[in-house]
Design a protein around this ligand. Structure first.
Ligand code: SF4
Length: 350
């Protein structure tokens, strides 16, 4: 494999038509900024952020349902800290807690099971968001709940599948010349899963890790593929990502979850793009919040457009003025993986 310096030299020599590559995952966006890679790319190569921030793609209706559950008697709403300030249809979970809702931040989903065992009169609702990377953890929770006969935990599920979102972007004519495949999700679903994207839409995919040299190699690969008119899936993270993914994790996921239509913030309902509990485990479900889904943004916020790479965070008039990490208007400024927050933290490089 070429060194990072050689990859960059080859990329900088590129003089063909402009290319737009999407880094699907927010962690890649962060690594690209932190490594300074953006600063040394030629003007003909543009990097755009994709829909891989789980908090950003979770609709306001879901947050609204979580807030409501937290206010009901004998309920405790458990969540990770990054969900607390995401704006929903009726405020955020932080506001719900300030108004008396029982919202508890957990650091590990397994913590919820210990809490539930100690307080059998309460029902603990777990916010289950994320992509295929997080799903095995929820499946493990269910495995453990069944083993320990814990009956007072429910999942409010909004877990997403990444491939339908990429299909949605390609089918919508958003002119993406290549995808940097997300390393973490790919470790679960496998590199071969992207063949449907490259095959159906003629868009190359380079699955990459998170270091500077991984990303430089992925960009060089995509430039090379575009120059050659190729649209293949290349796995440049073979130490972690296999062609068929993590079969043990996929089997566990399949035991408890099934694909279903679900709503994405800004994108709407995408067929088969979410995971819900199988009917055999319906007793652990917090119910269907999609019926209540509001996919709109707070007035003036461009998150829906940022999520699909149609707008850059800096296109938003609120960026860095009305909307900052301390006082966010939209979810893309709240989450560590959100494009707006990452751009804001690196604003001196823009
Ligand atoms: Fe939304 Fe704030 Fe990003 Fe604008 S800067 S798109 S308001 S999160």
């Amino acid at each position: 494999m070429k060194s990072a310096a050689d990859c960059l030299r080859a990329i900088r020599e590129y003089s063909g038509p402009p290319l737009r590559f999407m880094e699907v995952c927010g962690t890649h966006t962060d690594s690209i900024f932190r490594s300074g890679l953006r600063d040394v790319l030629p003007e003909t190569i543009r990097l755009i952020s994709g829909p891989g921030c789980p908090v950003c793609v979770t609709p306001g209706g879901y947050i609204g349902a979580a807030c409501r559950l937290s206010r009901e008697d004998n309920n405790v709403l458990c969540t990770f800290g990054d969900m607390m300030r995401v704006p929903g249809t009726a405020g955020s979970l932080a506001e719900a807690r300030a108004q008396g809702g029982r919202v508890r931040i957990v650091y590990s989903p397994m913590e919820v099971l210990d809490l539930a065992e100690k307080a059998p009169d309460l029902t603990f609702y777990m916010t289950a968001v994320g992509f295929e990377t997080t799903l095995p953890i929820y499946a493990l929770m269910l495995e453990e709940m069944c083993r320990r006969n814990i009956k007072n935990v429910r999942f409010l599920t909004a877990v997403k599948a990444i491939l339908p979102a990429l299909r949605w972007i390609c089918a919508g004519g958003h002119a993406i010349d290549g995808f940097i495949g997300p390393g973490h999700v790919s470790a679960i679903i496998g590199a071969d899963a992207y063949r449907e994207i490259s095959g159906d839409f003629g868009v190359p995919v380079a699955v990459a890790g998170f270091e500077y040299e991984h990303l430089a190699a992925a960009l060089w690969d995509l430039v090379n593929q575009c120059r050659a008119g190729s649209a293949a899936v290349h796995n440049l993270y073979p130490n972690v990502v296999t062609p068929s993914g993590n079969t043990a994790a996929l089997t566990l996921i399949d035991k408890y979850f099934v694909k279903a239509d679900t709503a994405w913030r800004g994108l709407g309902v995408i067929e088969g793009s979410g995971y819900v509990l199988r009917p055999a485990f319906a007793e652990y479900s917090a119910g269907d919040w999609d019926a209540d889904s509001d996919i709109s943004e707070p007035p003036g916020c461009l998150c829906g457009s940022v999520i699909i790479g149609a707008s850059a965070p800096t296109d938003c008039p609120f960026f860095g003025t009305r909307c900052t990490p301390l006082d966010p208007v939209g979810p893309c400024m709240v989450s560590a993986e959100g494009a707006c927050g990452i751009y804001y933290r690196n604003r001196e490089r823009l």
